[in-house]
Design a protein. Sequence first.
Length: 510
Amino acid sequence: MKYRNPIISGYNPDPSICRVGDDYYIVNSSFEYFPGVPVYHSKNLVNWELIGNCLDRKSQLLLEKCKPSGGIYAPTLRYHDGTFFMTTTNVSHKGNFIVHTKDIKKGWSEPVWIDQGGIDPSLLFDDDGTVYFLSTATDEQGEAGIFMCEINPFTGEKLTESVVISRGCGGRYAEGPHLYKWFGKYYLMLAEGGTEYGHMETMLRSDYPYGPYEACPHNPILTHRDDMREEIYCTGHADMVEDHNGNWWMVCLAVRPCEEKSNRVLLHNLGRETFLAPVVWDEEGWPVVGDKGLISLEMDGPLPGPEPGKVNRDFSDDFSDETFSTSYNFLRNPNMEHYKRDTGNAALVLQGTEITLNDMDSPTWLGIRQKGFETVSSVEVCLLEAENNVRAGLTAFYTESYHYEIYITRENGVSKVCLAKHIHDIYVVTAEKEISDAENIILRVESDKKYYRFAFSVDGKVFTELGTGLVVGLCTEGTKYMTFTGTYIGMFAENGIARFKNFKINVKDY
Ligand code: 6LW
């Protein structure tokens, strides 16, 4: 059956997958966003539903003032003997930990911390009851390696010393380790080359968990570093699963460039997304991924479960029910007192504080991952209370130093709609128009591969464009510090109280 990649679009990197019967689950990294570690569910590996987040309270996820792309790095999800286990790293607070649950929809345990450093933790539940904990770390000489110890996954107790089981297959930054027990052997899969354009996946194998490991003769089993089609880049950080029909699959991260091929500019703004590839085994018992290590935007494979349905990436919220969608993210640890769903008036009331979008903090902001290049987003907004420098509106947001927003403000009793842009160390208001106080203003952000276009309307029919922002201004490759996330479309308020109605995001491309 044919399917399209990415299977989970928008900023959903470092996927880890597990199967329970004919149910499939994927988790992804979440960095400085709250709640953390989204959990997606599918019956056919193509239609995925966000069913919750592993880390939904501060005792699990302390992100206060963490830097952009701090917080939660790569997770691993495993299921053993009736219990789900998720292990990940909070690089901004205490490192590697595990949470567990018997019901993935009902919330997860408090974290237990593991006394092994590094990032990209993973777990293997062996047939003899041993539980192996792996991560990529550096030894006393500063040399990177894949470290492993044995643990109690419920308490985090370390049962053996950490030892290096592999230094990788020659690529830099051997990371993203996963250890599997297949066909009576131990398979160790690694990401190498760094998560950028040299990214690749390698496979090793041994009769023993601590090695010695032999490398797959056709490593890297996955890489797009030399792929001339220029549609998908950075493939790596993968996980594998055998489906309930006995067919094998790999999920991995990859990026879709926001520039046209002709420009040959390697930039992406949507983040590293989750892609799917069929896997077959060769006669020597080594995996062959996709088309000999290459994947495509359209692929074919023996998908399990029901025929894939239409993938809907739209989002809307008329604020008529009490709860926030699990799709909403907040920055770092939000004060939920500042976010009120006024269901009686089908409105969201945001209480803005002095913390602005330009601060490495938790402004009154809530966003939805941008899931396509061609989108149209809109929301109705009005100011209820205005202090000095009040702002409330709609933003295309990457980090506190990379965002564009169209917003309403009030200065000396005059109400205005403005467009502002923050790129690197330049923050500027590039356009403004006076409006009458009483009006509910409809703000609109349209996007394609080149521009975000900002416009407003007082009647929902006639829109006035305030200006545009270049998509390449919000790209991962262009930030002044290393980042791993992707763009959001969000609502925000600063220095006052604003009421929002009818928030919609329409994704027009795949
Ligand atoms: C992830 C690691 C990596 O933990 O990026 O560059 C980190 N390599 O595998 C965040 O995705």
